[in-house]
Ligand binder design. Sequence first.
Ligand SMILES: [Zn+2]
Length: 563
Amino acid sequence: MELLVKNGFIYDPLNGIDGQKMDIAVRDGRIVEKVNERKAKKVDASGMVVMPGGVDIHTHIAGSEVNTGRLLRPEDHFKDVESKTLITRSGVGHSIPSTFTTGYRYARMGYTTIMNPSMPPLEAKHTHEELNDTPMLDKGTYPLLGDWWFVLEYLASGDINECARHIAWLMDATKGYAIKIVNPGGVEAWGFGHNVTSIDDQVPNFCITPRDIIRGLCQVNKLLNLPHTIHVHTNNLGKPGNYVTALETMKCVEDLAAGTKPIIHITHCQFSAFKGDDWRTLESGAEPIAGYVNNHSHVTLDMGQVIFGDTTTMTADGPFQYGLYGLTGHKWVNHDVETETSAGIVPFRYRRKSYVHAVQWSIGLELALLIRDSWKIFMTTDHPNAGPFTAYPRIIAWLMSKEARDATMKRLNRRAQSKSLLPSIDRELSLFEIATVTRAGQAKALGLRNKGHLGVGADADIAVYNVNPETTDSSSRYREIRKAFRRAAFTIKDGRIVVKDGVVLKQVDGKTIWVDVQVERPKDISGDLKKRFKEYWTVEYENYPVDDDCLRASQPITAQASV
Ligand SMILES: [Zn+2]
């Protein structure tokens, strides 16, 4: 089980390697100092780019909302069909592909690790079953906790320690990876047909505000020593003028930061960076957000880049999805998950000629280019909300080439063109920065020590792309960049070659990564919690937790809590 990736140009930002020609040695699924050159299987990466396997910090690929989206949209299946091969299974779906197809499509682009960002704890079993069925990738999933009744009650009474112990239990019960917060307070209010409009609104029935929830869970995250920060979908998402809310959300935990370690992740920030009073006066709020992020180190973001074309929106933000239904008049689903969270699904088409959609397209790229430090903003489409993940190679081209941005810009709504900041931005990301925003930065933000780099001891997840950085000017030959990232020359998962020239050669199962929190005084689940289960849920306590054997390949990461 020895492998040698020879002669590639290595881009490994976590180890400071920027395009040097080196060999990467692999033994038993790990990267090692060296292997027996005569005996090892060799991958010739001459003239090619070698990076760690791609890491996606936020992509909706599994669970009840994704599956409901599949049911809602047969038309999404008809137009995008994959036949079976001798190795792979058949599948369907453009914006909400079936599980196997999802795994293959990521692997073809050199991705090896993904995070599924919104799991209602009640539906954790379903989510894990689908993740089990998604091959080629290691994965994790974030339970939705910002509107969970226990959390609201503990935080309203100021009992941060008890809240932390409860969440330690819940991470184990759901096999979760990080604390996800969606429209805090607003999702709970939605259960009664309401929403919140600022981080200081009162949440009905709970004597608490979104600010209290964000701050409380940020403190809980610290106490539990979780590998990732709190992962926040802001209040007022998708509404004109909401960049103010995004700034307030980042500011509201500023005093909890210590040193330069991030403590909050604002996800799909494009949707939270709108200036203006209504859709007619909508403008980009990327500048003030980038200005803030450039001057603070407690925040990371991901883009949520818009891709023109047809997709399916799905979030736990029930009131937002209701608003989107109102705007589009499209078929839709809206759902309330008992005492935990809500959800909504609406099909959507982003149009080049729409002023609003073109402004949104510009905002995502403006954020990524105006934020100077690429360790602070990561490439996502919030798949499938702003577009399917299969569009990542197009985003890479836009980030690396002003000419690529100009070419798309020419085809957009005229008024949006005149408002866009992009013509004034000359920055083009290097391959080192691309490796940062697509893997190294994401792995670092997630606290995944063995991912996102090619140092000794790392998981042997490696992507090789057929583009020569010495002879290819990415600025003018962006089409070649796009092509190379669309079909990896090689994808290596745990030391095995699984993709060659964009074709899946081998189907492998990934691992499910979750956080096993060690608390000094474990939650006593025999008393209060068990009793209240009967009041809060339709499911018995005994049937609620996801047992370790529900996971095909369980990989817990231990966190030592200080409660
Ligand atoms: Zn999302």
